[in-house]
Each structure stands twice: as structure tokens, then as C-alpha cells.
Design a protein around this ligand. Structure first.
Ligand code: NAD
Length: 475
């Protein structure tokens, strides 16, 4: 066990905490460090610090808050090598992807600083002036999952801080270290208490969402947990933004160039070992190209290197944690029990760590668990379709509605298909691209509210309308 001794940041100070929990390297399955296990006393201190910092931060001119976001991004970029190495160690992702997560977080902070906080005059008549302004909500709890710990934290931090809120950031228990380290590096960059970073075991999330001193919960994680967050927030009517799970369909039309799209389609599903909310989780391929495309995807899959993310050349790392590893293996076992056909993979390698081989299934039935559930791992069902109405119906037949992609050389038709898909984001001939300037959120049980764009900033704002009756001339 290394003695990393990374601390929480509460009111700008280091807090080691009186309790700690183990953090594993998923490539070995062994604990390599400890993280502070935030107690109720520590949490109260973090909430008190965020509340105390609120009036001054809210009163800080937006230009200064923009500068603070730039400074945060600068510090993260200066420490990119250290942070991305640490991220690979705790998260498992290949080192270039870890750099992408950390660097993407810095980029998001920079870009978020470009948003404006709007002011809307709805009436300016002889009788009355009416203006709606947007101020901060207050203390924001930012709760983040383990698949993209840094960029997903930045999705929240950028707009929340820009709008004048103060924040308590909580990473997932299996990936706390890089986030805590960023908290350490940012001490002194922001006024004390504006950003507090705490880590804890499973008890901490529910404490945070129930805390009476928190005004808004911005949550990214599973749909199941999102429902608990909403329930907990309901007691004091905390505002919530919920970015939840997905079961994204890809629709591959018969007019694609099979050899050209195979690689892109593969990565749409398998990047980050499939642990992406907007990964393709069901791939519908038109029957006319099903066989050649299937062969091309499998041929490409055989060239991809799965291994320890710290090793040069690794393209896909392990599953991030043991609970998710067991869940993915359970879905594979279900496919075996039902005699679904495997094109590649299926058997977990007998090696240390949470490695699942690239696994592709050949046209399992639509009601298979691997089609209906969110696998969040490197397992993909290829599914055959006949016609457009049928495939749109199958794509939409899900409790989720996060993302979807359409692959076709007929752009106009693909754009038309997009309008019939129940998904918060639709990609045409690409996948997973997100922008700090575009709203991202889910239909149905994939979430409530959005991140990104002006709409994402407004999720961290409280609207206030002021009506002023103008002096009227004497009659
Ligand atoms: P999770 O829901 O288990 O945990 C997410 C976070 O919530 C963690 O920080 C966890 O500690 C915390 N948490 C757990 N229980 C809590 C509770 N009762 N109250 C408050 N907080 C609690 O999710 P996960 O397994 O870490 O992440 C995977 C899931 O996240 C997948 O379903 C994926 O699709 C989803 N996800 C969604 C998006 C999106 O933007 N829509 C992005 C990434 C991941």
C-alpha cells in the first residue's frame, strides 16, 4: 500500500479525516491507497464552509468568477501527467484516455466560463418594467460516478461556480483520489469554502442529499440511485439535476460503407470498456449488410489490446470495480444459459484484476437481458433489422432515452429519423461527441434536466422576476 495520504479539502484546508477506506487498482484487484471516509462532522463542516463562502462568491463579479475557472483549468493542465497517472491507477482506463478525462475536465471549465448569465426584460411599457434575473441557487452537492471522474465533475463545477454557487464535490468511493488531489491543487485558487472536496464510503451520498444545508443536488450515476437521490431531495425540495443511465441504440442503415464504419462502430460501444452512459449498448444493423458488417467488427475487435491501462499500447482497460465486474459477468452468464451465440469473447480471463474480454453477441432475441438492460461493460449485442419503422420502434422501446446514433450516407433521411428517436442526444455518423455549448440530458428514466449549454447554466440558477410599476402621470 502506497502512502499517498491524499486529503479532503474543506474550507480551503486539508482534512485527513478520522476514518479511511481502501482504494483498489482495478488492473490488479488490490488496494493501493486509502482515502478519507468523511464523517458526519466533516460533512457538516463542509456544508458550513460552503454556506459561509456563498455571499461573497455570489457578490463576486462574473468576470472574476470567469477568471477563477480559467485559473482552475490552468492548474489542472499543469499537473496533467501526475493526475492522469493517478486516474489510470484508480480507474483502470488506458493512460491516453485518462489524459483525455483530466484534460477534458480543464477544457470544460474553460469553455463553461464563456457562458453568460441571462437577464430578460419582458416588459418595458409606460406602466411597468419587468425583468427576470438569474442568481445562484446556493450550496450545490455535485455527485459523480466512477467512469469519467474528472470530466463529469467539471460538467457540474464549471456552470455551478460561474453562476455564483458554492460546491461540495463528492467522487465515487472507488475513484476518489484524482478528484481529491485536484481539490488539494486548487486550494488558494478559489476563496476558501467555494469548492469543498470530500470522499466517503457508501454512507456519504445519502447523507449529502439529505443534508438541510444543501440547496441543489447535481447527480450523475445510475437510474436506480437517481431515484433515491430524488426521493431524498424531496424532503426539503432541493433542486435536482439527474444525469442517469442509458441503453443507447445505434441504427446502421444499409447504405453505409461497411469497411469504413466498422472501427467507429466498435469504439462507439467499447471505448472505456463500454463504461460510458452514452456508449452504444444495442447495435441494430440492417439485414442486407448484417453479415459483412458483423465480420468487419469482429475482425477489428481481434486487433484491440485489452490490458492494464498503465501499460503502453493498451486500448481497453479493466472494469472499474468488483461490483460492476460481477454484474457484467452475470449478463454474460445469462447469455450463455440462454444459448445465445457469441462471436467473440464470453469467458473472463483467469488473471488478476477485473478484466472482461471484448464480447460480441450474434443477434440475440429482443427480450434478452443483454438487449434490455444497461450492461456498462465490454459486451455488445448485434441485432438484425428489416425496416425503418420496426427498428425505430425497437430503439424507442426502452425505459431509457439518453443517446442514439444513426449511421447512413443519406444525411437528410438520417436527420429525419433522428426526430423520431426518444433520446436526448442523437449522433449521425459519429458517437459520444459532447459540447460544453450544447444541452445534454436524458428522455424518460435517463434523467431530469440537462448539463451543457446555456440551459445547463440555468440549472444552477434561481430565477427572480422584478416588476416595477412606473410613476403614472396625474389624471
Ligand atoms: P451509482 O449510481 O452507483 O453512483 C454514482 C454516485 O452516486 C457515486 O458517487 C455514489 O457514491 C453515489 N451514491 C450512491 N448511492 C447514493 C445515494 N443513495 N445517494 C446519493 N449518492 C449516492 O452509479 P455508478 O455505478 O457510479 O455509475 C454508473 C452509472 O452512471 C451508469 O448507469 C451510467 O449510465 C451512469 N452515468 C450517467 C451519465 C450521464 O451523464 N447521464 C454519465 C456517466 C454515467
Amino acid at each position: 500500500m502506497s502512502n499517498l495520504n491524499i486529503t479532503m479539502t474543506i474550507n480551503g484546508q486539508a482534512v485527513s479525516g478520522s476514518e479511511a477506506f481502501d482504494v483498489e487498482n482495478p488492473a490488479t484487484g488490490k488496494a493501493f491507497a486509502k482515502a478519507p471516509d468523511c464523517t458526519k462532522v466533516d460533512l457538516d463542516a463542509a456544508v458550513a464552509a460552503a454556506r459561509a463562502a456563498l455571499p461573497a462568491w455570489k457578490a463576486t463579479p462574473i468576470a472574476k468568477r470567469r477568471e477563477a475557472l480559467h485559473a482552475m483549468a490552468g492548474v489542472i493542465m499543469q499537473n496533467l501527467p501526475e493526475l492522469s497517472r493517478l486516474l489510470t491507477r484508480e480507474q483502470g482506463k488506458p493512460h491516453p484516455d485518462a489524459e483525455g478525462d483530466v484534460g477534458g475536465g480543464a477544457f470544460w471549465l474553460m469553455e463553461s466560463s464563456k457562458h453568460d448569465i441571462p437577464e430578460h426584460v419582458s416588459e418595458d411599457s409606460a406602466e411597468r418594467h419587468a425583468v427576470t434575473r438569474y442568481g445562484p441557487i446556493g450550496v450545490v452537492a455535485a455527485i459523480v460516478p466512477w467512469n469519467f471522474p474528472i470530466i463529469l465533475a467539471a460538467f457540474k463545477l464549471g456552470p455551478a461556480l460561474l453562476a455564483g454557487n458554492t460546491v461540495i464535490l463528492k467522487p465515487a468511493p472507488t475513484t476518489p483520489l484524482t478528484t481529491l488531489r485536484i481539490g488539494e491543487l486548487l486550494r488558494g485558487v478559489l476563496p476558501d469554502g467555494v469548492l469543498n472536496v470530500i470522499s466517503g464510503s457508501d454512507r456519504l451520498g445519502p447523507w449529502l442529499t439529505a443534508h438541510p444545508g444543501v440547496d441543489k443536488v447535481s447527480f450523475t450515476g445510475s437510474t436506480q440511485t437517481g431515484k433515491k437521490v430524488m426521493e431524498s431531495a424531496a424532503h426539503s425540495l432541493k433542486r435536482v439535476t439527474l444525469e442517469l443511465g442509458g441503453n443507447d441504440p445505434a441504427i446502421v442503415m444499409p447504405d453505409v460503407d461497411v469497411e469504413k464504419v466498422a472501427e467507429d462502430l466498435f469504439w462507439a460501444a467499447f471505448r472505456n470498456a463500454g463504461q460510458i452512459c452514452i456508449a452504444t449498448k444495442r447495435m441494430y444493423i440492417h439485414k442486407d449488410i448484417y453479415e459483412p458488417l458483423k465480420a468487419a467488427i469482429v475482425a477489428y475487435a481481434k486487433t484491440v489490446k485489452v490490458g492494464d491501462g498503465a501499460e503502453q499500447g493498451t486500448q481497453i482497460g479493466p472494469i472499474q470495480n468488483s461490483a460492476q465486474y460481477k454484474r457484467v459477468l452475470e449478463l454474460i452468464q445469462d447469455a450463455k444459459d440462454n444459448d445465445y451465440k457469441f462471436l467473440i469473447g464470453g469467458d473472463a480471463a483467469d488473471v488478476p484484476g477485473y478484466f472482461v474480454p471484448i464480447t460480441i453477441l450474434d443477434n440475440p432475441p429482443e427480450n434478452a437481458r443483454i438487449v434490455q438492460e444497461e450492461q456498462f461493460g465490454p459486451v455488445l449485442p448485434l441485432l438484425k433489422f428489416d425496416n425503418l419503422d420496426e427498428v425505430v420502434g425497437r430503439a424507442n422501446d426502452s425505459e431509457y432515452g439518453l443517446g442514439a446514433s444513426i449511421w447512413s450516407s443519406d444525411i437528410a433521411r438520417a436527420q429525419e429519423i433522428a426526430t423520431s428517436l426518444q433520446a436526448g442526444t442523437v449522433w449521425i455518423n459519429e458517437s459520444q461527441h459532447l459540447s460544453p455549448h450544447a444541452a445534454f440530458g436524458g428522455f424518460k428514466q435517463s434523467g431530469i434536466g440537462v448539463e451543457g449549454g446555456q440551459e445547463g447554466v440555468l440549472e444552477f440558477c434561481q430565477a427572480q422576476t422584478v416588476f416595477t410599476r412606473k410613476p403614472q402621470p396625474a389624471a
